[in-house]
Ligand binder design. Structure first.
Ligand SMILES: Nc1ncnc2c1ncn2[C@@H]1O[C@H](COP(=O)(O)OP(=O)(O)OP(=O)(O)O)[C@@H](O)[C@H]1O
Ligand SMILES: [Mg+2]
Length: 391
């Protein structure tokens, strides 16, 4: 659904709610959830958690819950350690006493007393061991913070593509006209526009898949760029995920480590890539691109099909990614988080880049209004700090 359709849908929902209709919506769209939900049910490991508020409140709750669990687990761990030390001490002591008894130094009063004390020590040790087992069961499960790992690399500042006065038509159907733009390896540019407005077509022109009817496009052959299409399946054949990911310069352990950090664990790595879900395929394709040290990424709707955790993973990955990117997206959170500049395609016109700080809602209407609101929400989410990723 494009941004405008999403906005209309949100309005319908709000009107229905005003009239007293209750709704249950299933969504991965973080801004949408923030705008319409007054309660979020979050399903994880078979448990449904209900949080009052939208997505931001849910993140807040998860972060607090994570910290509380972490604290509780630390306290229990400390207690277990203390008890284990006590058990070891008692065991040692009673063994020593038993040994002196067996050595036959004194079989009278002292031996008798030592045996009694050793028995008591044994009982206390057993009690402590039982208590340790109970504590271990009580200890809350704390997941490792998720964080995608890929090798750090540097990307030189280079022009990637230079397009001037480009127009494109499918037969007599004009798609866009007179588009001029330049992309460098320092740019993070988002292309937005309604469904069917020509975004994919423009991207394909920029990378030479489609030939424009007029204008010039210079694509720098020295830039290592990667294109991840809207239908990500096009990238794969029948190979396994591990073999798809295998890249020169990395051994299997490093590859598996990177896959694990992107939530591909255990047997999943042997699965044919094409049998993965679309969201998983997208995650794998992006991970592979950064693994290969791509200098520039052309991404056509990278957030499609991704669940919320994968979206958060992607946010983190792109925050650390050293290259440039040009992406198409309808995901308002992703747009404001990663589109340092925006390009808008509307009625065949491609508007020049707009830095998000220069957004003028009056001039650019609904889309910017949406984006600006999303900017605010994203800022709020960022204020929650890094630990919002830890769930
Ligand atoms: N091969 C083709 N032949 C004729 N028309 C096409 C062809 N491919 C796309 N179109 C049309 O061109 C227009 C722009 O398509 P494009 O795929 O670039 O849109 P988009 O902005 O990427 O849309 P979406 O947001 O749905 O992905 C659409 O009306 C589409 O139907
Ligand atoms: Mg498209």
């Amino acid at each position: 659904m494009d941004i405008e359709a999403c906005f209309r849908f949100e309005k319908i929902i709000k009107d229905l709610v005003k009239k007293g209709t209750g709704l249950l919506v299933v969504s991965h769209d973080r801004v949408f959830l923030d705008r319409v939900a007054d309660r979020v049910i979050y399903l994880k490991r078979g448990v449904a958690e209900t949080v009052t508020g939208g997505y931001t409140q849910m993140l807040d709750h998860l972060a607090r819950d994570f910290r509380a669990r972490q604290h509780e687990a630390r306290v229990i761990n400390r207690k277990i350690r203390e008890l284990e030390e006590e058990v070891a001490r008692k065991k040692n002591w009673s063994e020593q006493k038993e040994a002196t008894k067996c050595a036959g130094v004194d079989k009278g009063y002292i031996g008798h007393r030592a045996a009694k004390l050793a028995k008591r020590a044994n009982e206390t040790r057993k009690k402590a061991e039982k208590f340790i087992d109970e504590l271990k069961e009580k200890k809350p499960f704390v997941e490792k913070p998720i964080s995608i790992s890929f090798p750090a690399y540097e990307v030189p500042n280079k022009i990637v593509v230079d397009a001037s006065h480009v127009s494109f038509s499918y037969g007599i159907k004009a798609i866009f006209k007179d588009a001029t733009t330049q992309l460098t390896t320092r740019d993070h540019v988002g292309l937005i526009g309604a469904n069917g407005s020509g975004k994919t077509t423009l991207l394909k022109c920029l990378i030479g898949i489609l030939e424009p009817v007029s204008g010039k496009i210079k694509l720098n052959p020295s830039v290592k760029w990667k294109y991840i299409p809207q239908d990500v399946r096009e990238l794969f054949d029948d190979e396994s995920l591990l073999s798809f990911m295998s890249t020169e310069g990395y051994n299997e352990q490093e590859t598996r480590h990177a896959l694990g950090s992107a939530r591909f664990r255990r047997d999943k790595v042997y699965q044919p890539v094409r049998s993965l879900s679309y969201g998983e395929m997208m995650r794998a394709a992006i991970l592979k691109a950064v693994f290969e040290k791509a200098e520039f990424l052309f991404l056509d709707e990278p957030t499609n099909h991704l669940d919320i955790e994968s979206l958060e993973l992607l946010d983190e990955l792109f925050a650390n990614y050293p290259g440039g990117m040009f992406f198409i997206s309808h995901d308002r959170h992703f747009i404001v988080e990663h589109g340092k500049k925006l390009l808008i395609i509307e009625d065949g016109n491609v508007r020049s880049f707009i830095s998000q700080t220069e957004l003028d809602p009056e001039e650019l209407g609904l889309i910017q209004e949406q984006v600006q609101e999303a900017v605010e929400q994203a800022r709020k989410r960022r204020q929650h700090g890094k630990d919002t990723l830890e769930y």
